[in-house]
Ligand binder design. Structure first.
Ligand code: NAD
Length: 249
């Protein structure tokens, strides 16, 4: 077991990458706090984990709310006694170029995708310092690595996650805290369901992927497990594409 007795928070844990990672971390011995603003989804994942004989709690929370983030970190530490890992993964996507993107959508996307990651780090780090170290994993996107069309706020938010991750990695290495981010390519989750349901768009998104398939939630969960575990003990500040080769130079 790669995460035996570790305590992990996973945001966006009710669906997609977060759900797959919650289940995998639990299978590898972690106690998991499943955080999502869709309460029913978080509860279902926590129940799935408990039915495997592992420990989990769920917390309904909005990662863009400072109060909510403070609460889910606090609830997790009260339930399990410490915090070793946070996977800041919750995110939203609203398309639009500079003219089309509504200012309120810009604010919401930046608040969830970037401020949410900042808040997760801000309130997890003191517990990790107390614990002598920890692992932070943030979900960025292939949209942070290449020019990404028609989603200006999303691309900006994910570029921010890459820079934030490097800053945290530098600032907290001396405390034994590692911070890395994952850049998924086009993957089959709820966020892409509508786009990939259109045969023409599906073919267009598949064409540039060298490995010839879309990503699956388990592809990201496996990368998150590596970055959360001691297998990556000498890796911090890394930006790991999980994209079938889409963004390789
Ligand atoms: P998903 O929609 O299946 O899962 C996202 C989860 O986050 C949902 O359960 C949702 O309820 C939750 N969430 C959204 N906003 C929240 C908030 N403010 N507070 C708490 N929970 C919130 O999608 P996914 O593909 O698993 O997305 C996970 C992450 O991966 C996101 O950050 C997304 O931007 C990123 N990503 C996805 C893809 C892809 O192709 N699927 C590619 C690159 C990056």
């Amino acid at each position: 077991m790669l995460l035996k007795d570790k305590v992990a928070i996973i945001t966006g844990g009710g669906s997609g990458f977060g759900r797959a990672t919650s289940l995998l971390f639990a299978k590898e011995g972690a106690k998991v706090a499943v955080v999502d603003y869709v309460e029913e989804a978080a509860k279902m994942v926590a129940n799935e984990i408990k039915s495997m004989g592992a420990e989990a709690i769920y917390v309904k929370a909005d990662v863009s709310s400072e109060e909510d983030v403070m609460r889910f970190v606090d609830v997790t530490v009260k339930a399990f006694g410490k915090l070793d890992i946070i996977f800041n993964n919750a995110g939203i996507y609203v398309p639009g170029n500079a003219e089309q993107q509504k200012v309120e959508d810009w604010d919401r996307i930046l608040n969830v995708n970037l401020k949410g990651v900042f808040l997760g780090c801000k309130y997890a780090i003191p517990h990790m310092k107390q614990n002598g170290g920890g692992a932070i994993i943030n979900t960025a996107s292939a949209a942070a690595l290449i020019g990404f069309p028609e989603a200006i706020a999303y691309a900006a938010s994910k570029g921010g996650v890459v820079s934030l991750t490097r800053a945290v990695a530098l600032d907290y290495a001396k405390f034994g805290i590692r911070a890395n981010c994952i850049c998924p390519g086009t993957s089959e989750t709820a966020i892409t369901k509508d786009v990939l349901a259109d045969p023409q768009l599906r073919a267009m998104f598949l064409a540039p992927i060298p490995l010839g398939r879309f990503g699956q939630p388990e592809d990201v969960a496996n990368a998150a497990l590596f970055l959360a575990s001691d297998l990556s003990a000498y890796i911090t500040g890394a930006v790991l594409p999980v994209d079938g080769g889409w963004t390789m130079a």
